[in-house]
Design a protein around this ligand. Sequence first.
Ligand code: PLP
Length: 375
Amino acid sequence: MIPFNVPPYTGKEIEYMREAVENQKICGDGPFTAKCSEWIEKKTGTAKCLLTTSCTHATEMAALLADIREGDEVILPSYTFVSTADAFVLRGATPVFVDIRPDTMNIDETLIEDAITERTKVIVPVHYAGVGCEMDAIMDIAARHGLMVVEDAAQGIMASYKGRALGTFGDFGCFSFHETKNFSMGEGGALLIRDEKYIENAEIFREKGTDRSKFYRGQVDKYRWQNYGSSYLPSDMNAAYLYAQLELADEITAARLARWNQYKELLTPLAEEGRIELPYVPDYCEHNGHMFYIKTKDLQERTELIGFLKEKGVLSVFHYVPLHSAPAGIKYGRFHGEDKYTTKESERLVRLPMFYTLTADQTEYIAEQVRAFYR
Ligand SMILES: *Cc1c(COP(=O)(O)O)cnc(C)c1O
């Protein structure tokens, strides 16, 4: 069986985790957490990176920093992971879903403006598969309407739009280091903060509502309860695991892109025959090989293809039941405009195995099985 995902592991993780243990500072904000944050700041150019316990928690922090309250509205795609909406629903906001573009599966930027009301506070673009949303248009809409932007860049580390790192356009950007992502720490994430004015509050929200971060830096002589907050900082053992992978980020990304390009090349003939559709990446977007998907004719063909591949020892998956059609989406949110593509395209999409250690031979075998299915 070729699995769908293998969590990234490079070899140095255990050594670094042992070092974290021997540092006797295994709680949050130890030396490895600092190394990871600095690495991300340098790589992306963001003003500040705070490591978190998940991308979900990074998004919750963004909702706190954006001061989301009961009755506020947040505009986002329905084709996304639950956390994109959930982090705002927890603050009492209404998710307003708009349709996606069928080419990139990202939010259709031309539909955002019509969904804005006097209650709208934030736009949340999701960079699906590490391919950037139309950030020029989105940032322009946000500026004209005085809205904040929180980027769900869970899949977007090491990817860019017009040369600028995903996660650094909006007021806040959120990365994920879940085991299914390009770099992992088991469970974890990061919050990117564009404007330094938010750093102080972000540190307080992350440290149970206290100014303990300042205390650790020796800036105050005791730390106290300053505001509401939660515990969003990961253990330094997890950060140690992540750091081993960030050190090899270029190599990991190159390996994924090689497999991605191989899939694309081997499956292009099928796409040219009109049997399947392949991912589209605008030429001003540099992606990170997070995901390789194809689109079948319809739901039935997809179900048959997944079954066929499984018989051939290949695990392929689909994901994201559109949020507006899920119980909590119906209860808490609404879809603005027509669902022209969200449901239809989500039913056609199937993800092929993609992970750091996937080999060229395995990729060739998988592509060959897809071709065999269509023969
Ligand atoms: C993985 C993912 C998340 C959640 O990340 P966690 O780190 O598991 O909280 C959120 N949004 C998108 C688009 C994701 O792919």
